[in-house]
Design a protein around this ligand. Sequence first.
Ligand code: URA
Length: 280
Amino acid sequence: MNATLDKASRDTAAAELLAFYAEAGVDAMLDETPHNRFGEPAAEAAPAVRPKSQVSDERRPARHRAPQPSAAPAAPVPPSPDEAVMAAREAARSAATLDDLRAILMRFEGCTLKASARQLVFADGNPEGRVMFVGEAPGAEEDREGLPFVGRSGKLLDQMLKAIGLDRTGVYIANIVPWRPPGNRTPTPQEMAICLPFILRQIELADPDILVCMGGPSSQTLLGFKEGIRRMRGNWMTFHTGKREIRALPTFHPAYLLRTPLEKRFAWRDFLAIRKALDA
Ligand code: URA
């Protein structure tokens, strides 16, 4: 940074740099405490040629080598994706209630997203509601508040619900993945596969009459089709909760509607169809 800048200009420049990082998706710290790298003593430059004593020691047969200092304790090895999926299935199966499931997810270590997220984003709304909405994954606001759909997409979802006479006291809301992916990226297929047993169990335990999948990743993961959401939205399907068959509707994700407002007319049709199904 330019040494001639005064403090106010330095603060402005730092704020602008942070805003640029946030815009670029760099918004997660990787360590709990900051490190002053400039204050650390410079590492000694490695000699170009190894000292003779070291070379000769390595070349000696093992039984004549000097004892090596004991290695630092190894970091815990994360489970393989297959192991994580199996652990998730077993853990999800063991949940007898939604509260159990939340507690189990809090302890679950099989999904690496947990390490970069601030907290678990489990659900909002009323688990007794007849409709359950499932999105993709929490964003920055959701990660801060611990509740799904509280950011800009959530505000639009609230308006769409209101338009058909619903609000969060009457519907239940969750996501396929309950931890925020860094920089709001789409969860990988592997992350979704690991989290899938939990959302399936959550649907089974909430036992809604109607399941609404918002956006391609949620719809394709839960309803098992490969076609794009533009093709499949608005088509009623059957979903097996584990207890019974219910009706399921894929529709656009509110974040997509914010970017593509012209498509709201189709979402409106879908929401009218939800109202009609509830009234039937
Ligand atoms: N988008 C989602 O899919 N879920 C949220 O909770 C917020 C935004």
